[in-house]
Design a protein around this ligand. Structure first.
Ligand code: ADP
Ligand code: MG
Length: 228
């Protein structure tokens, strides 16, 4: 539709800008970090301020990295892959972080799932961002349940559910807008990156949430057609 076209043009423009600006910011940032570290080691009485400076510089790095991942599509490599491979690799990345905050990650994969056609790294990024949000929504522990099944219309459904803090109704439609975050150390770019990647894979991402109860993220992707 017209609206989707405009949206995807906007996203690709953002992507190109992110790539250019990101490169320009990374180099001076590396120098700043290096010299801050050096000064920190020479000024023992000002450690407190240097720690704040390093923290803030790290935050800028995080934002730049996350923003630059918007700009990657031209490096993308689409091939046949499986949801099982993608999800399992994300779980192994997040296992330690989850255990530390008392979060269990449960996986329920339907048997004989069809394959998908996509970029493994980008799809991992999507699942990673969503599962991370789930973990971060449960500071006192809980459960992230990941399931994948075939839908009847040649699509796969991946659902990621947590029983965390949830999203207030008035915020739900805004979530995914750039820089919208409710976290002290958040960037508000995670879901925006997810939306962009899911778009380029002809998929769909939807959030369902009840404040105080939890959040469910549903991602659908086209199942790969077996040519015969
Ligand atoms: P960030 O995680 O850096 O804040 P995201 O784009 O990943 O940025 O998420 C944006 C916001 O959406 C979060 O700050 C949070 O308020 C809300 N959110 C996303 N996922 C969840 C979730 N599973 N549970 C509760 N809130 C969520
Ligand atoms: Mg996030």
């Amino acid at each position: 539709s017209e609206e989707m076209l405009v949206r995807s043009e906007k996203l690709s423009l953002i992507g190109q800008m992110a790539a250019g600006v990101g490169h320009e910011i990374r180099n001076p940032l590396t120098a700043l970090k290096g010299f801050t570290q050096l000064l920190r080691s020479r000024n023992q009485d000002a450690l407190f301020y240097y720690d704040i400076m390093m923290n803030e510089l790290d935050r800028i790095s995080l934002i730049v990295d996350e923003f630059m991942s918007l700009a990657k599509p031209h490096l993308s490599e689409f091939k046949e892959t499986t949801i099982e491979k993608i999800v399992k690799s994300v779980i192994s990345l997040l296992d330690t972080q989850a255990i530390m905050v008392g979060v269990d990650i449960e996986l329920e994969l339907e048997e004989d799932l069809p394959t998908v056609f996509g970029d493994e790294n980008q799809l991992k990024q999507v699942i990673l961002n969503v599962v991370k949000n789930g973990i971060e929504a449960m500071p006192d522990g809980g459960l992230v349940h990941i399931s994948a099944k075939r839908m009847d219309n040649d699509r796969l459904l991946i659902a990621i559910q947590d029983n965390g803090v949830g999203i207030p109704e008035e915020l739900l439609s805004k979530v995914g807008e750039p820089f919208l975050t409710t976290k002290d150390k958040g960037t508000g770019l995670g879901l925006m990156v997810c939306n962009r990647i899911v778009d380029t894979h002809h998929g769909d991402l939807q959030l369902f949430s009840v404040k105080g109860e939890g959040t469910r993220v549903e991602i659908t992707l086209p199942a790969m057609k077996i040519s015969g």
